[in-house]
Design a protein around this ligand. Structure first.
Ligand SMILES: Nc1nc2c(ncn2[C@@H]2O[C@H](COP(=O)(O)OP(=O)(O)OP(=O)(O)O)[C@@H](O)[C@H]2O)c(=O)[nH]1
Ligand SMILES: [Mg+2]
Length: 314
């Protein structure tokens, strides 16, 4: 008679998290991050960190907006209309969400319609450039086949720095990383090129980590210990050319919960904190470049004026 050793189950959780955080995932740590965000100064008084959410339909963009607003309000909020499991975009209008509390004053989350593979669905890539440049006002109805025109009611002709996008946030379900089609990758590539050209920081939110990993579903505190989640984040970094440190696996609030679990809020807040920091870096760099450009222009004008004076005096 032979005895076979029962094969050991593959480990699913790491002993040490693949991403370190400063504290236990409880209300106290959640409160500390919120306090840090309240004290953080973004740009000047009028400029909030404007973050644009981009991603396929039903990827969890509006749910992220709701999650953040819920955390700010300390109760579940459904300000951004969310989709069921349909394949066309439920968000049809461009809308930026903020919250009149101390952290809410620091940022603005700009929700968009889902990007579909084909141009005729979702919204077109050219419109994203207008969104980034701050040419699109709240209320604009996404039109998948047309690009916004200068004579459109929602077209802002002379956007200020405060109207522009300071951080681009891609939103993808963790479950979709292995299933991105060629057509989709091409859309992402074009978009990334445009963002890199404009020096706009990029962050990626990996949503639905509860549906992707059972250990996370059972306990949200397993998020940064899950081997499966670490692997998918690394794969996303390689596939989408985004640094791993800019990739945030999350579970959105809203799965019928009544109490806001700090273990769900903390990774969302860590993502938001990075978005606000990156947006601020962009604002600082943009302001510096603008000052340098103005100084150069003034110098050029002074030289021209002096030359003109010299010619008239001769
Ligand atoms: N389990 C789980 N469900 C989620 C998560 N994030 C979003 N959902 C669900 O996914 C569905 C789609 O979410 P939305 O936030 O509407 O997605 P969206 O990207 O805004 O979709 P469009 O506006 O249509 O482009 C909703 O039923 C959400 O409740 C998550 O992290 N985990
Ligand atoms: Mg939406």
């Amino acid at each position: 008679m032979f005895w076979y050793a029962k094969p050991e189950a593959e480990p699913t959780l790491l002993e040490n998290p693949w991403r370190q955080t400063k504290g236990e995932w409880n209300d106290k740590y959640c409160g500390e991050i919120i306090q840090e965000l309240k004290e953080f100064e973004v740009g000047d008084k009028i400029t909030k960190a404007q973050c644009l959410l981009l991603g396929p339909v039903i990827s969890g963009k509006s749910s992220f907006v709701n999650s953040v607003i819920s955390i700010c309000k300390k109760r579940y909020s459904n300000s951004a209309y969310t989709a069921g499991r349909r394949w066309t975009s439920v968000t049809r209008e461009y809308f930026s969400f903020d919250c009149e509390d101390e952290i809410g004053k620091k940022f603005c989350l700009c929700d968009t319609a889902g990007m579909m593979e084909k141009e005729e669905h979702g919204f077109n890539v050219e419109n994203i450039v207008f969104l980034i440049e701050g040419n699109v006002e709240d209320g604009y109805k996404f039109n998948p086949t047309n690009t916004i025109e200068e004579n459109d009611f929602h077209f802002r002709k002379n956007p200020m720095l405060a109207d522009k996008i300071h951080c681009a946030v891609f939103v993808l379900p963790a479950t979709a990383i292995d299933r991105l089609s060629e057509m989709y990758m091409e859309k992402f590539r074009i978009l990334q090129e445009k963002l890199v050209k404009k020096d706009i920081p990029r962050v990626l939110l990996l949503t639905n980590c509860d549906l992707f990993c059972d250990e996370v579903k059972q306990n949200k505190r397993n998020l940064y210990r899950s081997i499966k989640v670490e692997k998918v984040a690394t794969k996303a970094a390689e596939t989408l050319s985004i640094p791993l440190s800019n990739i945030h696996p999350i579970v959105n609030h809203g799965g019928g919960e009544v109490y806001l679990d700090p273990a769900t809020s903390i990774p969302i807040l860590l993502a938001l904190r990075q978005m606000i920091h990156f947006a601020n870096d962009f604002i600082e760099k943009y302001t510096k470049k603008e000052k340098m450009e103005n100084a150069r222009r003034n110098k050029r004008e002074n030289v021209t004026n002096m030359m003109m004076e010299n010619t008239t005096n001769k």
